[in-house]
Write a protein that binds this ligand. Structure first.
Ligand SMILES: Cc1cc2nc3c(=O)[nH]c(=O)nc-3n(C[C@H](O)[C@H](O)[C@H](O)COP(=O)(O)O)c2cc1C
Length: 169
């Protein structure tokens, strides 16, 4: 099977990281992968906040109950209301930003990095803490935090294939 398929099975949520910093060129590769993602009407309603500074990282990590990871890098993926499809259909940003996050996770795997997706929106308390930490405008909605770092734990590759969830009509 090809590399992308293997990455899908190998990618696991990593919650223990080494302290080594991520190379800037690897960050660029992940952001290029993120912005190659599909989005509704190709609106690309995303913004990526790349958090390296230790004080901002601490604030991001403290934003939720299950978001405190020791990764050296966080990418906070946000939707921008100004680039959403329309007022009525603005929730498409959730799918658009989720597709970008998935690209980051799979790209991190290719680079030998571990990653973890932590949810923000629609949890108001997490969204508000991230807004304060990153000084985000009201039109910017933090959808998720992606932690990235060199993994300090091993996890088995797996599919969670289950015939029960398949409906062939
Ligand atoms: C929308 C979303 C939100 C998540 N939020 C958290 C989180 O806040 N904290 C956390 O430790 N893991 C979080 N995860 C990771 C899931 O727990 C993980 O993907 C799931 O247990 C499956 O494990 P795997 O990623 O190793 O396949 C989140 C995943 C998604 C897709």
């Amino acid at each position: 099977m090809n590399e992308v398929y293997n990455n899908m099975l190998n990618r696991r949520s990593i919650r223990k990281f080494k302290c080594d910093a991520i190379k800037d060129e690897d960050i660029d590769v992940m952001l290029k992968a993120a912005m190659a993602a599909p989005s509704a009407c190709n609106k690309q309603p995303w913004e990526f906040y790349v958090i390296k500074s230790s004080d901002k990282l601490s604030m991001v990590k403290a934003s939720g109950r299950y978001t405190n990871m020791n990764a050296p890098l966080a990418i906070v993926v946000c939707g921008n209301h100004d680039r959403c499809l329309s007022k009525k259909d603005n929730d498409f940003f959730i799918q658009d930003c989720s597709s970008a996050i998935t690209h980051i996770l799979l790209c991190a795997e290719s680079l030998g990095l571990g990653s973890l997706w932590c949810g923000a929106y629609p949890m108001n308390s997490v969204v508000n803490k991230l807004r304060m930490a990153l000084e985000l405008d009201e039109k910017i909605i933090p959808l998720g935090i992606v932690y990235v770092g060199y993994p300090d734990e091993d996890k088995e590759p797996r599919t969670q294939y289950n015939e029960k969830y398949i409906h062939i009509i």
